[in-house]
Design a protein around this ligand. Structure first.
Ligand code: 5GP
Length: 179
């Protein structure tokens, strides 16, 4: 069992890179099929979705654009109850088919707020693609169109996801060891 120490915590390997990449390939091919005539704008949510976005976009081969947004931290979100855009959209999305790319959907609160904000900006069809989802944690009624992998309700890091800012550069996904 492969173990890494990140700051004060230990994590064990949970999803190896090859499984990650093949699950992303599957949803990428689905997206190619579903959106081939839709000229989508992919909106990647930083920081966590950077690796997912990169690998997914290597599979997507239809005409499309890619842009990035950055939100205030999860903790900030939790305390304020609102998603603040630290880095917003420059593109005009009125009537545009957009696909939100997220690292993980946990309660669904963040995604619900992003969807509301894109609706308010006049987006056309809004689709959601996430690398990971924790189905048991979902509290919001949101439609998730593409899920690369579903995982149990555990804290994970790696492949873009962090523990206090660290661990994003791990190429596999790791789960927290609780003792
Ligand atoms: P939600 O609003 O769906 O509850 O949470 C979404 C955000 O919480 C994600 O974008 C991510 O930043 C953070 N998050 C949720 N679960 C995890 C996890 O297991 N590990 C890490 N590193 N972040 C998580």
């Amino acid at each position: 069992m492969e173990i890494v120490q990140i700051r004060d915590k230990k994590f064990k390997k949970f999803i190896p890179e090859q499984e990650i990449l093949s699950s992303i390939r599957e949803i990428g091919e689905e997206i190619n099929e579903n959106l081939k005539d839709k000229n989508p704008l992919f909106i990647s949510v930083l920081n966590g979705a950077f690796m997912f976005t990169s690998d997914l976009m290597k599979v997507v081969n239809i005409p499309c654009e890619i842009t990035f947004i950055k939100l205030s931290s999860y903790e900030g979100l939790y305390s304020s109850g609102s998603v603040k855009e630290v880095m917003g959209l420059n593109e005009n999305i009125v009537g545009r088919n957009v696909v939100i790319l997220e690292d993980i959907i946990d309660t669904g609160l963040t995604m619900e707020r992003i969807i509301d904000s894109l609706k308010a900006k006049g987006a056309g069809e809004i689709r959601v693609a996430t690398f990971l989802q924790k189905p048991d944690a979902l509290q919001r009624d949101i439609k998730i169109d593409y899920v690369a992998m579903k995982i149990p309700n555990e804290f994970i890091i790696g492949y873009g996801l962090d523990y206090n800012g660290y661990g994003r550069n791990l190429k596999d996904v790791y789960t927290l060891i609780t003792d």
